[in-house]
Every structure is written in structure tokens, then in C-alpha cells.
Design a protein around this ligand. Structure first.
Ligand code: DHB
Ligand code: MG
Length: 219
């Protein structure tokens, strides 16, 4: 096997298992054209999110970190007709790109984009029906804040997915001074210690490189 044989495996798995339609491809193309960073989830991970929504029968999904809505489209397309995604995006420019992308993908009526920083927008969601699945994919420094809100806005049985827990291996460096890596580590420690969660994490090697996802259950 070649050192980067995993790239070939990723391409093979994605081409075998993941069907991206024109709207998903256009969402990425328009995001790139608008100058947004190319940090959307890999196609196989988009499909994972889609399957998790269906596996847990989610009707209400919360996403923290919309970017250009590539993952939002995968989430929204998994929902039943009366399902709903609330997605939070701090950058108004990103939110505009995301709006066009979800509308073009045919899920505009199921997606509500809230513009603002998570810590400011999340309290507004209190008192609504609990979310069935929460996807955390925003500023990593705030992961513990987002996990706290995921538990508060969820219910026992809510599935929580945290993106980017591997960070090219940096997560395993206890001496790191990178605030994003420290944020990821604090989030994982919270998942381990906070009695509201039970969790695991998987490393991933995919189109986006070496990273990973944590998957948690609110207990
Ligand atoms: C970054 C953020 C992400 O959510 C991601 O999937 C990849 C990279 C980043 O901030 O560098
Ligand atoms: Mg991410």
C-alpha cells in the first residue's frame, strides 16, 4: 500500500456509495466562487450525517456552523416532510450563499438560517421542542459551550455529532497552545465527564485529510 493509499480508498468509497447531485456540487462551487473556505464536510461525511438523521428518525435538527450549507443540504434531505433544520451562521455573507444553496437544492422550506454567533443565538431556541440531532461544526474554541447547549436543547436520546476532532493528529498533543485544538480537547473531555453524554470518536481519512468526528448520545 502507498502512504496515501487512503486517498484512493476515499475516492473509491465516495464514488461507490455517495451520489452527489447537481445542487450539492453547485453548493460547493458557489461557496468556492464566493471566496468561502473549502472546509465543508467530505461527501462520505455528508452521507453519514444524512444516514444518522434517518437512523434516529430525527424531525428537528440543529446545526451550529452553516458555512455554504453543504452539510445542511445533506441533513435537510434526510428529514420527513414535516422536518426542520435550524442552522446557525456567524457570517452574514456565508448565510447568503447558504440561503441560495438550500433553496436551489429544494429544501429551502425546511431550513431556517439564524445569523449570529452561536452563543448569542442559541438562548433564543430555548423553550422550543427539543432537537433530535445536533451537528457542531463551528469555531472550535466554543465546542464546550455548544455541547452544553446541545444537551439543554436536546432530550435523552438526542444524537450529537462534533466535526473536526482529529485535526491532523494535533488533538493528541497535550502541550498544544492552539486555541482551536484546546477547544476540541475540552469538548472531548466534556463528552467523557459530563453525565449528560455518552460518546465515542472516530478518526477519518477522507477528501478533507486526516480528521475525525465524535458521536454522542444525550443520556
Ligand atoms: C476548519 C473548520 C472546519 O469545520 C473543518 O471541517 C475544517 C477546517 C478550520 O477552521 O480550519
Ligand atoms: Mg468542520
Amino acid at each position: 500500500p502507498t502512504p496515501d493509499g487512503w486517498r484512493r480508498v476515499d475516492a473509491y468509497l465516495a464514488s461507490t456509495l455517495v451520489e452527489e447531485d447537481a445542487a450539492l456540487r453547485r453548493a460547493v462551487a458557489d461557496q468556492d466562487a464566493a471566496g468561502l473556505p473549502s472546509i465543508e464536510v467530505a461527501p462520505l461525511n455528508g452521507k453519514l450525517l444524512n444516514l444518522l438523521v434517518r437512523i434516529c428518525g430525527a424531525r428537528r435538527v440543529l446545526e451550529i456552523g452553516t458555512l455554504g450549507a453543504y452539510s445542511t443540504i445533506w441533513l435537510a434531505r434526510a428529514l420527513p416532510a414535516d422536518g426542520h433544520v435550524v442552522t446557525i451562521e456567524a457570517e452574514p455573507r456565508n448565510a447568503h450563499v447558504a440561503r441560495v444553496n438550500v433553496d436551489r437544492a429544494g429544501v429551502g422550506d425546511r431550513v431556517e438560517i439564524r445569523v449570529g454567533r452561536g452563543a448569542e443565538v442559541l438562548p433564543d431556541l430555548e423553550g422550543s421542542e427539543p432537537f433530535d440531532l445536533v451537528f457542531i461544526d463551528a469555531d472550535k474554541e466554543s465546542n464546550t459551550i455548544y455541547l452544553d447547549w446541545a444537551a439543554r436543547l436536546g432530550r435523552p436520546g438526542t444524537v450529537v455529532v462534533v466535526d473536526n476532532i482529529g485535526r491532523s493528529g494535533a488533538v493528541a498533543n497535550p502541550a498544544t497552545e492552539d486555541p482551536q485544538i484546546i477547544g476540541v480537547q475540552r469538548g472531548l473531555e466534556m463528552l467523557a465527564r459530563d453525565p449528560r453524554f455518552d460518546a465515542t470518536a472516530l478518526q477519518t481519512l477522507d477528501a478533507k485529510g486526516w480528521d475525525g468526528v465524535a458521536i454522542a448520545l444525550v443520556v
